[in-house]
Design a protein around this ligand. Structure first.
Ligand SMILES: Cc1cc2nc3c(=O)[nH]c(=O)nc-3n(C[C@H](O)[C@H](O)[C@H](O)COP(=O)(O)OP(=O)(O)OC[C@H]3O[C@@H](n4cnc5c(N)ncnc54)[C@H](O)[C@@H]3O)c2cc1C
Length: 388
């Protein structure tokens, strides 16, 4: 198991997969990223290629047509993709969180029905949790799913839903029993295909361009009872929170990718740009920035590896995932600002990628649970593990 450039041990199979990802990034993503991002155009050819490579089923088990990759390998893929263009990871990340909920909690019939299609990219979608009035506090969800014979009837609005326009299904968190106290016991996760008739509209964003994020409206949308994930109602919040562990590790891996891209670009620029007769990389003020940026990348990557390893061994890893997400996303934000400073005026120009990193990075502090929430999770876990 030879190590990769960062010194991590890799299996032969993993090396082959990562080599093909590197080739895909060089040939299919890097030449087009700048233009597609500027146009805020959905990268359809890139999405098709991802499906062809099996990435829509990256973490789905091989029994259901997926690649069955470990979280460790998956995060290495996400880091690579995000170091080029973070939006590309959005095509398959929330899709795989929805798939994980089906694989972990669905009935055998549901797994057989949906997972092979999700793995092939035939069914492609995401998760719909956030609403206009609630994001962090998901117990405030107002979308309802009322039972009517052998169907559920959905009503409500979801907000900031990634893949809702280009995808064709969503795993929706809804109240199947709005009166239950505590509220989470009345919440369920229901898979809704676009054919059921929900409406979508695009939201404009600062960054994370190209990927569709939008509002979803359910008005008397009917789906069969079988679309409730798992055999019983009332488990939805627990099911989705468990999927978010992988989601947080994935956001952390994106953070490492963006932080690394900032370092790579800033270093290359600092070696080339001269002031006062020498490259700016030789000025101590710039060296200090580069040293801090590189240290953040390494530290963030180690936290991601640690969380992914814990996830792969089946250990409870909400604290590890929370630490990785918190640190790596802040590393990406700090590195993007430093990369911009090192580039001087060019950092403020559309010509260079650093302004994109600066617009993309802050999303990482918001998505899959804000960084304030991660601190709360970490602190609670500290107390719990100390027997408090
Ligand atoms: C580009 C983009 C894509 C997204 N994609 C999806 C998606 O695919 N699916 C989906 O369901 N959602 C998605 N989201 C929504 C995202 O998950 C939420 O924005 C996030 O969970 C925060 O919720 P909120 O925006 O409602 O903030 P709020 O919950 O209103 O929080 C506002 C502020 O208060 C802080 N806060 C809240 N509660 C506490 C507390 N107890 N203690 C201390 N501070 C607190 C928060 O940290 C934050 O700083 C996306 C968002 C964006 C921007």
């Amino acid at each position: 198991m030879p190590p990769d450039a960062a010194g991590h041990d890799m299996t032969e199979e993993e090396r082959l997969i990562l080599d093909s990802v590197d080739k895909f990034i060089a040939q299919d993503v890097r030449p087009h990223a700048h233009r597609l991002e500027a146009e805020d155009a959905y990268p359809q050819a890139i999405a098709d290629k991802l499906a062809e490579m099996g990435m829509m089923g990256a973490t789905i088990g091989q029994d259901y047509g997926g690649l069955g990759l470990s979280a460790t390998t998956y995060t290495r893929i996400i880091e690579r993709v995000s170091a080029c263009w973070m939006s590309v990871s959005g095509i398959f990340n929330s899709h795989l969180i929805a798939a994980a909920a089906v694989e972990r909690f669905g009935t055998e019939e549901q797994k057989q029905t949906w997972l092979p299609k999700m793995a092939a990219g035939e069914m492609r979608g995401g998760i719909a949790l956030t609403e206009p009035d609630c994001g962090t506090d998901l117990q405030g969800v107002r979308t309802t799913a009322r039972k009517d014979g052998n169907e559920y009837v959905l009503n409500g609005n979801k907000m900031w839903i990634t893949n809702c326009l280009q995808g064709n299904f969503l795993a929706v968190l809804a109240k199947t029993d709005p009166e239950t106290d505590p509220p989470h016991k009345g919440m369920s996760l229901i898979l809704i295909e676009k054919d059921a008739g929900y409406r979508t509209s695009k939201l404009e964003k600062l960054g994370y361009k190209g990927i569709d994020t939008g509002e979803v409206v359910f008005e008397d949308i009917r789906v069969p009872r079988m679309n409730l994930i798992g055999p019983d109602e009332g488990r939805g919040l627990q099911q989705i929170l468990s999927g978010l562990e992988l989601g947080r590790i994935n956001i952390a891996a994106r953070g490492v990718g963006v932080a690394r891209a900032c370092l790579d670009d800033a270093l290359a620029y600092a070696l080339e740009r001269k002031t006062f007769g020498k490259p700016i990389a030789q000025h101590q003020a710039i060296q200090l920035k580069l040293a801090d940026m590189a240290t953040r990348v390494e530290a963030a990557r180690l936290l991601v590896e640690n969380a992914a390893r814990a996830y792969d061994t089946g250990e409870r890893c909400d604290m590890e995932a929370g630490m990785a997400k918190l640190f790596a996303s802040e590393a990406a934000i700090e590195n993007s600002l430093e990369a911009m400073r090192i580039h001087g005026a060019y950092g403020y120009s559309k010509e260079y990628n650093v302004e994109r990193y600066f617009r993309d990075a802050p999303l990482l502090a918001i998505g899959e649970g804000t960084n304030e929430l991660q601190r709360i999770i970490i602190a609670r876990q500290l107390a719990e593990r100390a027997g408090g």
